[in-house]
Design a protein around this ligand. Structure first.
Ligand SMILES: [Fe+2]
Length: 444
């Protein structure tokens, strides 16, 4: 009796938590799509991105497929549009030519689906089938909507014209920063078992022995990166991998995306606002090849994914892995720059409360951090709920990014969360930090 009652209470708490998160995610989607007119919504601002109206109806369609039809067992709302919004059927560059739902219809469709989903949420058992257990499918769809919100934010950064988004500036630096931190060698637990909404690629938890390494105490800043540019970094083949150098030449890369010369310094157009590049903020909009070239120039290297996660999660006092660098508590505005609360990365040192016990800052939020690791399943990986979520992307083509950006919602960001992209991509909110091996005799 007691256990059942407890279960019911937990279910009620979970349902309320899901309903609140659904409303919050939809408010963000609505703000991002209502900020521009219909012409802007249907236009493609870059061949790398979908028209915003595609993202909008795709969010509704995925919600319909997984929560209404699968979890809820309900009749389809619009089975006729499934193919249009199947990301695997149409590359982003081709999406503007599809017979997409016009903005008003896309809004109506997503609202209709949501209404029915709230009814499913109120009635479906949150246990039994794996998709329902712990509300997993709801968590997956919530993360999906928030991931598309970040993608839509990246589209906003690419659209020309006057600013349409507003947010207060990020907090200033509080100082208290070292330059690098030594992470002593030894095993740690990587990946997630207990996290109920962790995705298939974060599972299963497993032990990884990571040799001693040094990691930057903060992401590489614009000021540090500008020194590389000014030192002729983009003209010097030896800092670049052969693949990276070929891409640098072909794409004519000369500086991070959106930078332009301004007298002796650099200026940046951010969501329609012009301003100087802040030398104290993490560099953003660099591709993997640029990050690796900078690291070579600096006499360093990119961290592996395991090194990044160990620095972010391993608690040397207890030996256990935590959810975040600061502990197990969910992120607050004191911990990290997440959730589009600000429209830029914060200067390094702005989140002392979010640092790891060893003093590594801003691992979570601000900028996604490129790692040197290619995307692969952990030992014992099992695709869930479908191969297309992660498994079809495993292999040498994609590099892993960690930690989330200022545009990532806390729901889709944790110490185990894995993002991946092609090494040439930089329209995403991507930055990096460097690592190095100990010098001979440096550590005993
Ligand atoms: Fe999607």
């Amino acid at each position: 009796m007691t256990d059942l009652a407890a279960d019911r209470t937990d279910d009620a708490t979970l349902r309320a938590r899901v309903a609140e998160a659904l409303a919050r995610s939809r408010a963000r989607t609505t703000a991002l799509t209502d900020a521009v007119d219909d012409d802007d919504l249907t236009r493609q601002h870059s061949p790398l991105m979908s028209p915003l109206v595609w993202d909008l109806a795709h969010i509704g369609n995925q919600e319909e497929l997984w929560l209404l039809r699968d979890v809820g067992g309900r009749e389809p709302v619009r089975a006729d549009i499934d193919a249009l919004y199947d990301a695997f059927r149409h590359a982003r560059r081709d999406r503007p030519r599809l017979p997409l739902l016009p903005p008003a219809e896309a809004r109506r469709y997503t609202a209709t689906v949501r209404e029915k989903v709230l009814d499913v949420l109120a009635s479906v058992p949150l246990h039994g089938a794996p998709l329902r257990t712990g509300g997993f499918a709801f968590g997956m769809i919530l993360q999906h909507e928030q991931q598309h919100a970040e993608t839509m934010l990246a589209t906003h950064q690419l659209r020309p014209g006057a600013p349409v988004l507003a947010a207060p500036p990020p907090p200033p630096s509080a100082g208290m920063l070292g330059t690098e931190v030594c992470v002593p060698g030894g095993p740690f637990e990587m990946g997630a078992d207990a996290e109920p909404w962790a995705l298939d690629n974060e599972r299963p938890a497993h032990t990884v022995d990571v040799p001693t390494f040094f990691l930057d105490a903060h992401p590489v800043t614009n000021g540090q990166y500008a020194a590389f540019v000014d030192d002729g970094g983009y003209d010097t083949a030896r800092w670049w991998s052969p693949e990276g150098w070929a891409h640098r030449r072909e794409a004519d890369l000369r500086a991070p995306m959106h930078w332009r010369r301004d007298g002796a310094g650099w200026a940046y157009r951010r969501f329609g606002h012009d301003g100087p590049v802040d030398p104290a903020a993490p560099v953003v909009h660099v591709c993997f090849h640029e990050a690796a070239a900078y690291a070579a120039w600096a006499g360093r290297r990119l961290p592996t994914e395991a090194e990044w996660e160990k620095a972010a999660r391993h608690d040397p006092a207890t030996g256990r892995s935590r959810r975040y660098p600061w502990g197990d508590d969910p992120p607050t505005r004191a911990h990290a720059n997440l959730g589009q609360r600000h429209l830029a990365p914060a200067p390094v040192g702005a989140y002392p409360a979010g640092a790891s016990p060893a003093g590594v800052h801003q691992l979570i939020g601000d900028v996604w951090e490129w790692t040197s690791t290619t995307f692969a399943g952990y030992p014992g990986f099992a695709a869930f709920p479908y191969r297309e979520y992660s498994e079809v992307f495993f292999g040498p083509r994609y590099r892993v990014l960690r930690g989330g950006s200022f545009g990532t919602d806390a729901l889709a960001c944790r110490g185990t969360f894995r993002n991946w992209d092609l090494p040439i991509r930089r329209q995403i909110f991507s930055g990096f930090r460097c690592a190095r091996d100990p010098r001979p005799g440096e550590v005993r």
